[in-house]
Ligand binder design. Sequence first.
Ligand code: HH2
Length: 257
Amino acid sequence: MGIVNVTPDSFSDGGRYFDSRSALAHALGLIEEGADILDIGGESSRPGSDPVSLDEELRRVVPVVRALAGASDVPLSIDTTKPEVAEECLRLGARIVNDITGLRDPEMMRVTARHSAAAVIMHMRGTPKTMQSEPAYGDVIGEVKQFLAERVSAARAAGVRDISVDPGIGFGKTAAHNLEILRRLDEFQSIGCPVLVGPSRKSFLGSLKGQQETGGRLEGTLAAAVISAMKGASVVRVHDVDACRRALQVADAVRQS
Ligand code: HH2
């Protein structure tokens, strides 16, 4: 899953693809690099970020989704917490709702079901504004799994059929939590849904001694992507599609050998 951030403030590529034309060119480039899905977002969820208004988010993502839906068959995912944004993008041809709040808004659930869209249900502790203030768990894997399983049941009851789960790397977790989630990613399989994971360029990689603190964190991302695949992830959400696709090709070959 290739990331298309139409934002001025995303943590690693904010502002680079903020106008529709450069976002579209970036997205088409990711398709050429081999992205199987594109995830389009108009609101940063980096720690401490403020929400954007509905009008502003629509202004950012709608032209990009409309143009991409007309230009390619690659499934489009809309990274949003707002049902109105999801609705409009699904109407324009997006097929997946990626909601970092795990479809907690009942209207988001209804919109997703009504359009027979797929859903990514992610775990987050708190909100982007608050999530990194001393996140603590008794049992991070158990608690995240329980949340995801409950949200999956609720989504199924609301008529959402095609559901993936995501433990939410970096969303209300310390570096140690994120490492444990990757190490034990296979345990999320028991929820009974494909697992999606988003380690790309995240700060837990930079926190490791000797890893790049800024810039691409590419090597760390590739390592995390390969570990995720070996631990059963079906989808890895990344900025660097070409490099990740090649790394994941090796993981796939090893798994199938
Ligand atoms: N991470 C980010 C945003 N959306 N969605 C899912 N399902 N899983 C993730 O791990 C995830 C996500 C944050 O990364 P990014 O989009 O690069 O940054 P920002 O939120 O600052 O735009």
